[in-house]
Design a protein around this ligand. Structure first.
Ligand SMILES: NC(=O)c1ccc[n+]([C@@H]2O[C@H](COP(=O)([O-])OP(=O)(O)OC[C@H]3O[C@@H](n4cnc5c(N)ncnc54)[C@H](O)[C@@H]3O)[C@@H](O)[C@H]2O)c1
Length: 441
């Protein structure tokens, strides 16, 4: 198939390289000239395991090209995937400005039958707007341009594996030609047994938001129970184990911590609530999910304050800035929210992350960035672990303690064993496991 992908960010670029790997001819279009130049030079503009290798492969075998010019990607394409950003507006609703612009730019250049596929996460009903935009732009071609939805479920850090070995593929469409085009695209995966679920378009749009809202709810639920455990002298890890062994609940997304972040969960929970409002249904549970998530960062902040008394001129070291391991993405990262909160309260913040320092520096220039964990912890009154990068499990904790001013450790992801940390001489706080503040209460 001849596929054009509009928007070559975290979703679009992974789509480009994996579609090329499946044997399709792919053109990636992006409005960001610097990004396209980097891709043309064979360099992935962000860190995501597996992307660079597939990018090299696609460029070498001639299946993959990149351009800023829609005229190079749309004429002759069988399918165009819209993968542009849908960032939050002030009100929480998704901004669909880029989706509309991409639709107009695609429609303006279509020269034959094509399926335009929403891959960006969009509110229910967006497909109707896309169809109406096409009808305005190209009334003479409107019946040859089909619209479908193919929501993306990849997780950053595992994006390539998630795309090539997904648990399911979801396609929403309302005519056979659109379904058939997407079945052909994904045939290499469905032939290996990956289920492809076919629905109408509104169902696919709602299903994507519902999945992200539900996963966010699991995280906020366990974080709220963690707050209760702290007050009750109970242990959240054991509570989560008990819950997780119930197959109706499932063990994943039950790790208490400083909350979720990234370019999906925070904005999608808010956007889904706005979708509910726009449909005349009140869904305040969604607002609670977001509130409890903010509270998780605040809980870590309060532990630091409990440990240090006054924060003015105290030095706080953050280990991990990316919103989760194996990515350099810091969008809506809890670590940066915590950094802002600490700086606002008068603390000095230093930090180390294995991949996300350049991205974080752009958002938070006030943080002092270090080249390794020990440099970041030097002279710190407290270390807060914010992202559970695997390399932090191998930290030389005695060395870390020796460079710190006070041996205080706030484990925002419950990575370490409380008893072991206390034996090593740390005043150790974690999320929902008994800590010094709880014992005093
Ligand atoms: N990041 C994820 O893990 C993830 C997972 C599933 C779904 N999604 C959804 O996918 C969509 C994209 O997310 P992302 O993380 O890839 O965003 P991103 O910001 O990484 O990438 C978006 C890209 O689109 C480009 N762009 C914007 N307007 C354009 C236009 N008119 N023409 C051409 N290019 C344009 C931008 O330059 C950018 O490179 C969002 O709706 C998001 O909610 C993201």
């Amino acid at each position: 198939m001849r596929i054009t992908v509009v928007g070559t960010g975290h979703v679009g670029l992974v789509s480009c390289v994996t579609f090329a790997h499946m044997g399709h001819d792919v053109v990636g279009i992006d409005a960001d000239r610097a990004k396209v130049e980097s891709l043309r030079a064979g360099r992935s503009p962000f860190f995501e395991p597996g992307v660079q290798g597939l990018l090299d492969e696609g460029i070498a075998n001639g299946r993959l090209r990149f351009t800023t010019d829609y005229a190079e990607g749309i004429p002759g394409a069988d399918v165009a995937f819209i993968c542009v950003g849908t960032p939050p507006r002030e009100s929480g609703e998704a901004s669909l400005v880029a989706v509309e612009k991409a639709t107009r730019d695609i429609a303006g250049l279509v020269d034959g039958p094509i399926v335009i596929v929403e891959k960006s996460t969009v509110p229910a009903g967006t497909h109707d707007r896309v169809k109406r935009t096409i009808a305005h732009e190209r009334p003479e071609l409107a019946d040859r341009i089909r619209v479908a939805s193919n929501p993306e479920f990849l997780r950053e850090g595992r994006a390539v594996v998630d795309t090539l070995e997904p648990e399911r593929i979801l396609v929403g469409a309302d005519d056979d030609a659109a379904f058939e085009a997407l079945r052909r695209i994904y045939q290499p995966l469905t032939a290996k047994g990956v289920p492809l679920i076919e629905t109408d378009i509104a169902t696919a749009e709602i299903a994507k938001h519902a999945c992200n809202a539900f996963l966010s709810m699991k995280i906020s639920f366990i974080n709220a129970v963690a707050r209760m455990c702290e007050r009750a002298g109970a242990d959240i890890a054991s509570v989560a184990e008990v819950m997780g062994t119930d197959s109706r609940i499932g063990a994943s997304f039950l790790n208490a911590g400083i909350g979720y972040g990234g370019f999906c969960f925070p904005k999608d929970v808010d956007a889904f609530e706005r979708v509910a409002d726009s449909l005349g249904y009140s869904f305040p549970l969604l607002r609670e999910i977001a509130r409890i998530n903010d509270e998780a960062v605040e809980a870590a902040f309060l532990k630091v304050r409990d440990a240090l008394w006054n924060l003015d001129d105290k030095r706080v070291c953050l280990l991990g800035l990316a919103f989760k391991p194996d990515t350099d993405d810091v969008r809506f990262a809890p670590a940066l929210a915590l950094a802002e909160r600490l700086i606002g309260a008068g603390a000095r913040v230093s930090a180390y992350d294995p991949a996300a320092i350049d991205e974080a520096r752009r958002e938070e220039p006030e943080i002092e960035y270090a080249k390794d964990p020990y440099g970041a912890a030097a002279d710190a009154h407290v270390v807060v672990l914010c992202t559970e990068w695997p390399e932090f499990e191998d930290l030389d904790l005695d060395k870390l303690k020796s460079v710190m001013r006070y041996p205080i450790f706030v484990d925002g992801r419950n990575v370490f064993d409380p008893e072991d940390m206390r034996r090593r001489g740390f005043t150790y706080y974690s999320m929902g496991r008994t800590d010094p503040a709880a014992r005093r209460a």
